[in-house]
Design a binder for this molecule. Structure first.
Ligand code: HEM
Length: 496
């Protein structure tokens, strides 16, 4: 009880403090949005579930694709249109490429480790530079043999145990990244290195949301000691820091060992370590390389799982799309033949399916929030420095002027010229655009093309022989997945 009272006192004091710091009303005009309450702003209206849908609805209510909300004096800008995202995040990238400063990120020391959440600046540039070197479009072909081998293992898993296809999607996504980055062979999501990474990422993600920890709402609390009432977050942060350290060190130690014992470095990290040995690099280069390697897993694995599972869902619901894909594959490759990357340019419909999967359900519907580094004015609206900018990718992929009938899965839209311009929305914008998009594109394409060449995906049937309905539903969270569903995955022929 005493603790509770003290907590409440701290809370009241901090609300009072933050209200003191709130900016006095000035003659500025913010973009339209819900009317803020004194002190707390719109904190009560900020959506918890599927915020991308609420923000799209706000766009219709306020008649604007750019919206403004406030929370405890912080400004939030929501962008529902691709044109505005391009105007701000790409044409004014210098001002819009920071990330929000979330106290828990600093307590976890993630601002020095995680490329995705890192502030715009020198260390972020070094991370991006390494990503650019190892995941450049023309380098991706070095990873084609691994992508083909792991995709074949995936096909075999589907053949042997089709009902567990979601588990196989998780395995193949983790296996591809772990092999390319560390030369580790992963056979299931229960593998030690995958478990270490998933545990650390889950623990951290639970604490990063603005409302998930009291210190994210009242940053001043971070200066209080961990024994102080309400400051349990210090202990949570310490536990997360330990898990993150293990996630970084365990797989990279294997690579270090291999490089030391003179084994040829067939992994990205191995090659980076060898470069480092030659000297002429900053003292902390090895740490930066280890961090980039673990972020490739963190950024790449779950997003890929989401898109591969979305592909299965779309196929189960759309038999005519599959028929058209099969006729293209049979015509170009010959019946039952597996595609290779050399076939990509000759398979426009498969390419269109890949783009439509990303559009129909973008894996990261609200992108990763950007933040402004300076005051700005856009179309007469004031956008103060430090504003959290949320690009609503989901709403952009539902823009009926560009994507008519947006809820329908229709790859044909990507065979037309206008839509092609919009096809990379799912990877984000400007200087913070996904650093692994070329790799993700190769991974998703080969999986989609290979699965379609060998299997037919249909609705599952119950014991009564009737088709089981599939609800097109997706999970909440920064990375959104289709909710578990059943489908029938059968080889196209005995030969296949
Ligand atoms: C379907 C697959 C993927 C999707 C849909 C996706 C989507 C995204 C999105 C929306 C962002 C935020 C962009 C922004 O802030 O404007 C992002 C950032 C990032 N992604 Fe991906 N991603 C995917 C796969 C990957 C892979 C395979 C890797 C690594 C190999 C990766 C590494 C990163 C990194 C490092 C960032 C942070 C970039 C920065 O802040 O500078 N992603 N991704």
């Amino acid at each position: 009880m005493l603790l509770l009272t003290l907590d409440l006192l701290v809370l009241c004091a901090l609300i009072a403090l933050s209200s003191y710091h709130l900016r006095r009303p000035r003659q500025v005009s913010f973009p339209p949005g819900p009317k803020p309450y004194p002190i707390i702003g719109n904190i009560l209206e900020l959506p918890l579930g599927k915020p991308w849908e609420t923000y799209a609805r706000w766009g219709r209510i306020y008649g604007s694709d750019i919206l403004h909300a406030q929370a405890l004096g912080n400004h939030i800008l929501i962008i529902n249109s691709h044109k505005i995202a391009k105007d701000l995040l790409e044409r004014r990238a210098q001002a819009y490429s920071d990330r929000p400063h979330i106290p828990m990120i600093e307590l976890l020391d993630w601002q020095n480790f995680n490329t995705v959440l890192m502030p715009y600046g020198g260390l972020w540039r070094r991370h991006r530079h390494i990503f650019q070197r190892v995941f450049r479009r023309d380098i991706i072909q070095d990873y084609h043999p691994i992508l083909l081998t792991k995709t074949n293992e995936f096909l075999q898993n589907l053949l042997v145990n089709p009902d567990d296809f979601i588990l196989h999607c998780r395995t193949v996504s983790a296996a591809i990244v772990m092999k390319v980055v560390y030369n580790l062979d992963i056979k299931s999501p229960d593998d030690r290195y995958v478990v270490l990474a998933e545990r650390a990422l889950l623990a951290a993600s639970e604490n990063l949301l603005p409302g998930s920890s009291i210190v994210n709402i009242f940053p001043a609390l971070r200066h209080l000691p961990s024994w102080f009432p309400g400051c349990r977050f210090h202990r949570v942060a310490e536990a997360c820091r330990k898990m993150t350290l293990e996630m970084r060190q365990a797989p990279s130690n294997v690579v270090k060992q291999a490089v030391r014992s003179g084994q040829s470095s067939s992994s990205i990290l191995g090659r980076l370590f060898e470069e480092c040995k030659k000297g002429g690099k900053p003292a902390d280069e090895e740490k930066v390389m280890i961090d980039v390697a673990s972020i490739a897993y963190a950024g790449g694995a779950d997003t890929t799982v989401s898109s591969v599972t979305t592909f299965f869902l779309a196929m189960a619901l759309n038999p005519t799309v599959q028929e058209r894909a099969l006729s293209e594959l049979d015509r170009v490759l010959g019946p039952g033949c597996l595609p290779t990357f050399e076939d990509r340019a000759s398979l426009p419909y498969i390419e269109a399916i890949y783009h439509e999967v990303l559009r129909w359900h973008p894996a990261v519907p609200l992108c990763v929030p950007h933040a402004t580094l300076e005051d700005d004015v856009y179309e007469g609206w004031t956008i103060p420095k430090g504003t959290v900018v949320i690009p609503n990718i989901w709403a952009m992929t539902r823009d009926e002027d560009i994507f008519p009938d947006p809820e329908t899965f229709r790859p044909e839209r990507f065979l037309s010229d206008t839509a092609i311009l919009e096809k990379d929305l799912a990877y984000g914008f400007g200087r913070r655009v996904c650093a692994g998009s070329n790799f993700a594109s190769a991974t998703l394409w080969i999986i989609i093309a290979s699965v379609l060449s060998k299997f037919t995906i249909t609705r599952a049937r119950g014991l009564d022989g009737q088709e089981i309905d599939i609800a097109t539903e997706f999970t909440d969270g920064a990375i959104s997945h289709p909710k578990p569903f059943k489908c029938a995955i059968q080889p196209r022929s005995t030969k296949a």
